[in-house]
Design a protein around this ligand. Sequence first.
Ligand code: BT5
Length: 240
Amino acid sequence: MILHFKEVDSTNEVAKKLAAIGAPEWTIVSSDSQTEGKGRLGRRWISPQGGLWISIVLRPDIEESRLPIIPMVSGISVAKVLCDMYGLPAKLKWPNDVLLKERKVCGILAEAGENVEYVVVGIGINANIDMNKFPAQLRNSTTTISTELKREVDLNALKIGLLDQFKEDYNNLIRQDFSILKEEWRHLSSTLGQKVKVITPKEIIEGNAIDIDGEGALLIEVSGRIKRIFSGDCIHLSNF
Ligand code: BT5
């Protein structure tokens, strides 16, 4: 079932409410715009008309420790679709951002219900949005598909292409393990091979991003030792 709205507070909020009352897996909620689009840690996600704002209800039967892989797989799907449909060289920034020329074109927010009864994956893609719609402080770190292509794209085709790709990637994740998708993530990653600064609620870590593991944690080499980081904000400093 695909539900499309003109405007909602947040497609994730609508999808979570539906999931909580029993909506089946692959219930999809999308909206032309969001008045309270959400990023991680309560941050705001700017969501004017022209973007693809979409949330997917999943009911994954996987161990809780592997849940962070789901939004990472969503990132892989988005990057592949941007490349396959528009020839855009999309890259992934750990954990879940999709970048074009190091600027964020897509953010992903996964939220789990109680006892992981459901997971809602929210995907926001800046599709046909004029850069003037973003506050000045975001303009250097953000981009949109229409800015890169210098033309608008068909939002419905993007939505269908993304859902097809994500279904395939997600089913592979559930059927197999992360190993094949991990190779894809590595291949698409712009984080690996970079000197990074990762800000977590507990600490700030600076070092070389060398790999991810089977739970999606980032492995950073700091003075010859390997640190596993499960979540945080990653800043790319330079290639190492
Ligand atoms: C994210 O958070 O990147 C997750 C964004 C998820 C949005 C989707 S849209 C559909 C669904 N419904 C929702 O309500 N949310 C999901 P985070 O990594 O915390 O990044 C948030 C930060 O990115 C903000 O603090 C801004 O600095 C920046 N930002 C805000 N809006 C942006 C945009 N449209 N494009 C690029 N950067 C943006």
